[in-house]
Each structure stands twice: as structure tokens, then as C-alpha cells.
Design a protein around this ligand. Sequence first.
Ligand SMILES: NC(=O)c1ccc[n+]([C@@H]2O[C@H](COP(=O)([O-])OP(=O)(O)OC[C@H]3O[C@@H](n4cnc5c(N)ncnc54)[C@H](O)[C@@H]3O)[C@@H](O)[C@H]2O)c1
Ligand SMILES: CC(C)[C@H](C(=O)O)[C@@H](O)C(=O)O
Ligand SMILES: [Mg+2]
Length: 358
Amino acid sequence: MTKKIVLLPGDGVGPEVVRESRAVLEQVGRTFGHTFEFSEHAIGGAAIDSHDDPLPKSTLDACQAADAVLLGAVGGPKWDDPKRKVRPEQGLLALRRGLGLYANLRPVRVHPKLASASPLKADKVEGVDILFVRELTGGLYFGQPRLREQRDGKVRAVDTLEYTDEEVRRVVRLAFRLAGPRRKRVTSVDKANVLESSRLWRETATEVHKEFADIALEHQLVDSCAMRLITAARSFDVIVTENMFGDILTDEAAVLAGSLGLLPSASLGDGTNGVYEPIHGSAPDIAGKDIANPTGTILSAAMLLRHSLGLTAEAEAVERAVDDVINSGARTADMAGAGGEALSTSAFGQRVIAAIRK
Ligand SMILES: NC(=O)c1ccc[n+]([C@@H]2O[C@H](COP(=O)([O-])OP(=O)(O)OC[C@H]3O[C@@H](n4cnc5c(N)ncnc54)[C@H](O)[C@@H]3O)[C@@H](O)[C@H]2O)c1
Ligand SMILES: CC(C)[C@H](C(=O)O)[C@@H](O)C(=O)O
Ligand SMILES: [Mg+2]
């Protein structure tokens, strides 16, 4: 059966890493006998330039009609002027919200051959295997009011951190479900010593836990969680947290893996459609040089095969191919700290394709 995959390359290194991931998916199609129908659409800064809109209706419509969406990254200095009314990042947020993708899965696994790529001591990072479940359509990113005003001679800016119990319940429930086939431990991360929204988060997580007798639940404050990620990362299994805490903690966790360029993600809702993207941004400092690490996006494509298309063996083939390529000593510049051969983005992608073909 033909599966429709929408590609949203976006800005900066986005087009470079999406190009390699598309080639990987095409190889999966050839090897396993599937037909994937690709269509490319504008998002982010590129869409502001072409459509005056970071999420054109034609893009959202195509994503809604697709079986899955693979995205590169959005944003960059060209669109960074704070006075701009419309920013590339709004396109990404509107897409997540528009598709109802409230859960963002961000697995952080340390490849044994890359433990020395981390600036942390190898014995702190070896064996780390954490699944972050980041709430994606609530919290500070979407709360109302959100405004800027003049008041009493001062400029005042307001963002609102808001959650409903239902928004917390659905994402925490997913985290418990995902912990079942893993090591059966969930850490719910909040700031309940200060924030009302976090007190609701903690109460709701405790209530949902009653449905999952075989899973252990612990609560942890976000500040000490940030420290524990550096000092004792192996002690975590599944971490579930609100939108902005999850954004920050997962970039921190990328240091364990050795590079931000390695980490994939899946943004999921109640249906099978999802948006798959690396956790990194448009990396303007290295864009256009063919040196970005495509691994995070290629592994996001593997998550797409598994979660949206139900193609488990195909997903495993991609993950195995990436492992093999890293085991063989191939690296991109960002992983070069672990020794081995530093390849371009496209040469690394070609190695992954060759490993799938084998
Ligand atoms: N999902 C997204 O689209 C997304 C995510 C994060 C940031 N952004 C946007 O990206 C822009 C740049 O943000 P930033 O610089 O804070 O974060 P960034 O993630 O783009 O880059 C941070 C650092 O990591 C490096 N890096 C990132 N991806 C890499 C890769 N694949 N290979 C090798 N190195 C890589 C970059 O070179 C840079 O040094 C901003 O406009 C931001 O809003 C977008
Ligand atoms: C670009 C930005 C809106 C986005 C986020 O904060 O969700 C990014 O940092 C991410 O991690 O996907
Ligand atoms: Mg981020």
C-alpha cells in the first residue's frame, strides 16, 4: 500500500538532514518492497519568504492528509529581528497544535562507541537509556494571555503557564504505558514547590499512577533533575514533564549522547499521524556546509516507520544500520571527539543506505 509522507525541510541545516533521511526511507522502500509517496512543503522561515506565513494552509492541509510528516528544523538569524510580528517558530508550534500532537517522545541512548564523545566522564554516560515524554501543546508556549503593554511608564510582557488536568492526564498516561515494556519506572518532573500548574501536574500524575500498579512513580523537582541528569543519568527510565522543562532537559541530555545532532523525536497525538523531527534546531553556524549530523533525523525517520506506519522490522533495520555505521568508525564532525573518520552529511547518509542494503 502507498504511504504518503510529507517532508518539511524548513531552514538552516533542515534541508540537508531531511534530504539524507528521504534517501534512507527510499532505500527502505526498495529493500522491503514498499511505496512511499513524498511531497515537500514550506514551513518556518522558508515559508515566510515564499508565502508570508510560517505555516501556509497548503502545508497544514498536506500534513493533515498524510500518513506521517518528517521535519528538519525552522528558524535562523534572517528572521530573528525581535520586532518581526511573525516568526518561523510559530509555524512549528501551529503545526504541533493543529495536528493535536500533545506528546513528544525523545529517546536518549548513549551508543557505546560514542561514550567518549561526551564531555562527561565515560562512566557517567555509558549505558544511559532514557525516554523523555515531553508535553507539547500546553504550558507557557500556548497559555493566554500573552501580551506586551505599556503600564505605569514601564513595558510589561506576560506569558501564561497553564495546564488542565486532562492535558496532564493524557500525556502522563502515555508515559506509564511506555514504561511498561521498559524498566517500569517513571519520573514525573515539575516545580511543585513554586508553581500551581506543577502542583496540579503532581496531583494528576499521582492519580493516574493508580491505573498502573506495576510501574514505579517518583516525583522530582526540575532543578535537581537537571543536576541528576549529569551525575546519575542511568538512574532514569522514563521522564515525563511539561513543555518547556522538557525542551530544556532534552538539550541537556544530548550532552550525554555526545551531540545534539544525534537525537530524534516523535510528536504524537491520538491518531496514527505524527511529526518526526530531530530535537536540534536549524544550526545556522554550520548550515550549507554539508557537515551537519543527519543521525537525529534518520532516527526520527525510523520512529516514523514504527509509530505512524507500523513498520517495526523496517524501523529496526534503519536503527541497526545507524549502529553499524557508528560501530565502523564513521562520524560527522560533531562526533569526531570519539575518534574515527569525520564524514560529510551526505557521505554519512550514503553509509547508512549501504548498511541497509546489506
Ligand atoms: N525543532 C526546531 O525546528 C528547532 C529546534 C531548536 C531550535 N530551533 C531554532 O534554530 C535556530 C538556532 O537555534 P540554536 O542555535 O539555539 O540551536 P541549534 O540546535 O540550532 O544549535 C545548537 C548547537 O548545536 C549544533 N547542532 C545542531 N544540530 C546539529 C547537527 N545536526 N549536527 C551538528 N551540530 C548540530 C549547532 O551547530 C550549534 O552549535 C533558532 O532560530 C531556533 O529557534 C528550531
Ligand atoms: C523551535 C522551538 C519552538 C522548539 C521548541 O521549543 O519546542 C525547539 O526548541 C524544539 O525543541 O523542538
Ligand atoms: Mg528545543
